[in-house]
Design a protein around this ligand. Structure first.
Ligand code: HEM
Ligand code: HEM
Length: 123
């Protein structure tokens, strides 16, 4: 079940790569890609929320409901913070918020690597 979440996380992380490719390499001229990105932009927040819900369920079942600070908890907190940034960006359309949202994406990638390779780093 958690591997579904990793797949969804991967799709969140490739979104900026797709946007970059479309803008700089395809120059927005590929119709299929433009349509795909339009859909992607619409479903991206739902994917984000799904990752948060599945991550919380996985964390709860892994730790048997006990509350502790774990690399997984840090990962989940970063996701929630980034979701707030994403929605703030959607509302205000501020470039700085978009950059911050993507910088948090990078932080999420690094934290996921830690969570996978050394899950008990904080213990
Ligand atoms: C938010 C997204 C999350 C993702 C994508 C994620 C992903 C993963 C993955 C891929 C594994 C390795 C599974 C395996 O090797 O079979 C794992 C293990 C684990 N995760 Fe998460 N996780 C997330 C959130 C959390 C949270 C919130 C917690 C708890 C607070 C947590 C606690 C754990 C624990 C305890 C393990 C087992 C570590 C061990 O091998 O001893 N995870 N997670
Ligand atoms: C984890 C890594 C993530 C990455 C790399 C990422 C990346 C991006 C990128 C590149 C954009 C477009 C910014 C622009 O147009 O300038 C975006 C927009 C957005 N993101 Fe994320 N995101 C991530 C996670 C999330 C999560 C977890 C949520 C929500 C729970 C979320 C919600 C949003 C929203 C609401 C927008 C605005 C969409 C729109 O323009 O209609 N993102 N994100």
């Amino acid at each position: 079940m958690i591997w579904i979440n990793v797949l969804l996380l991967f799709s969140l992380l490739t979104f900026p790569v797709l946007l970059w490719l479309n803008k700089h390499i395809l120059k927005g001229k590929n119709k299929a890609m433009n349509a795909f990105i339009k859909k992607g932009r619409r479903i991206h927040p739902y994917i984000g929320i799904t990752v948060i819900v599945l991550g919380a369920l996985h964390g709860y079942s892994m730790l048997g409901g006990q509350f502790m600070f774990h690399t997984g908890s840090l990962l989940l907190l970063l996701f929630i913070a980034n979701g707030i940034l994403g929605f703030a960006y959607k509302k205000k359309k501020d470039r700085k918020l978009s950059k911050l949202h993507q910088a948090f994406g990078l932080l999420i990638l690094l934290t996921f690597a830690l969570h996978y390779l050394n899950p008990w780093f904080f213990s």
